[in-house]
Design a protein around this ligand. Structure first.
Ligand code: ZN
Ligand code: ZN
Length: 411
């Protein structure tokens, strides 16, 4: 079937505090053709959404589709075939939670992206960074203190989050290689992290010269840099170097948030992962030292939301979960809803995220010309964000690019 008419669709897209009046939405050949009070064109199937809400498919701007084990060091030791097979299930889970586009910020390669485009896996559309760039001893260096073996310099396993590079010529080459390999943007590790063994949270990743070189390479390819970072000084120096997408940002202060906003940067908080790691991480093999490091950023994270809102810094939706913990992906909506208005939380996974994915007008919106990525919600998420949780339980219909991938009775 290639055309559908959704009737009596009250639309929620994060742009307003109430659903729209009932609208008619015409879908043809994978795209939205018309949205109006009355559609005169006919369709092969008419779907009445009386009493339901229609939303654009959700967008998660911080995922690692290849993180099939909670221990990222062990994840990189798995054969590519096993990682591919398990990643397909991770991605299917995301789609069935209503996420029709995800931005992979470290790990997924062009082969995975192509597989999704060819329809081999039931999965969200993938926007990828390829391997994240990290300095020696940074957030992608999983060698312990006593491990002095040289890092891999090429031929990275699919399960590897990132790659190591040091010095301006090497970081340039690494950025160029990722872009050549199909990266849509460049991801870097610009501060210490929880899951890596030798970099406390307060460490910086890369020198200013290296940061500027990577930003220049990204800009030369018409794209931008996304940086993993936690502390306020790490965020400031990245924004000064021209980094656009600021991941996590748990320890951001008001002045830096205002500065980042003035530079047109976008933040991607990922609070749900700290909740999940604190509760379940150890049980799934996340190292005990790493669970302790999570505490350093978990509590501060909630304060960061109010700071960034106050500063006018846009926030896109992010989850950053690993392995079995992926099932918590939608709970970020509820966590943010404790601090932010519901429509703004929804916009983080629609309009704000679409812009960050550079697919404005194509995703995150129900408008003519956009991909027909749609979810039907039983109830109004503006009143109750938890309707978006529970593995899609309250989503009787999910459509990705005009194809219905989930359908239950709408009565
Ligand atoms: Zn990170
Ligand atoms: Zn991440």
């Amino acid at each position: 079937m290639s055309s559908y008419l959704f009737k009596n669709a009250r639309i929620v897209d994060g742009s307003a505090t109430e659903p729209t009046e009932p609208m008619q939405v015409l879908v043809e050949h994978g795209h939205i053709r018309e949205v109006s009070r009355e559609v005169t064109a006919s369709a092969e199937e008419i779907i009445d959404l009386s009493g339901k809400v229609l939303m654009p498919g959700l967008i998660d701007c911080h995922v690692h589709t290849i993180a099939v084990l909670a221990s990222l060091a062990r994840n990189a030791e798995l054969p590519d075939s096993l990682v591919t097979a398990r990643a397909s299930l991770v991605m299917r889970g995301m789609l069935m939670r209503g996420f029709t586009t995800v931005r992979d910020v470290g790990g997924a390669d062009i082969g995975l992206k192509r597989s999704v485009e060819e329809g081999i896996f039931l999965a969200p559309r993938l926007i990828i960074s390829g391997k994240a760039l990290s300095q020696t001893g940074g957030h992608c260096d999983f060698r312990g203190r006593y491990d002095t073996r040289p890092p891999i310099r090429s031929g990275f396993p699919l399960g590897a989050l990132g790659r190591l590079c040091d010095g301006v010529p090497e970081v340039r080459r690494a950025a160029r290689e990722e872009i050549k390999g199909g990266a849509d943007f460049v991801k870097i590790m610009a501060s210490g992290g929880a899951g890596s063994p030798t970099d406390p949270i307060h460490f910086f990743g890369f020198s200013r010269e290296e940061l500027s070189a990577i930003v220049e390479e990204a800009q030369s390819a018409g794209t931008y840099v996304s940086a993993h970072l936690y502390t306020d000084p790490a965020i400031r120096r990245c924004v000064e170097a021209g980094v656009h997408s600021l991941e996590h940002c748990n320890l951001i202060e008001p002045e830096t948030a205002r500065f980042a906003a003035s530079q047109g940067a976008v933040a991607v908080p990922t609070l749900v992962t700290y909740e999940a790691l604190a509760k379940e991480g150890a049980g799934y093999g996340y190292p005990a030292e790493a669970v302790a490091k999570v505490e350093d950023v978990r509590v501060a994270g909630m304060k960061s939301l109010a700071i960034m809102k106050e500063a006018g810094l846009p926030m896109a939706y992010g989850s950053d979960l690993l392995a079995e913990m992926h099932r918590h992906q939608s709970e970020e909506f509820v966590i943010r809803g404790r601090v932010l208005p519901a429509h703004e939380v929804i916009a983080s996974a629609t309009s704000v995220a679409a812009k960050l994915c550079r697919l404005e007008g194509k995703i995150g919106t129900i408008a003519p010309g956009a991909f027909a990525d749609l979810i039907v919600v039983d109830g109004n998420p503006l009143d109750d964000l938890s309707l978006l949780t529970h593995q899609g339980r309250h989503m009787p219909l999910i459509m990705r690019e005009g194809v219905i991938v989930k359908r239950e009775s709408l009565n």
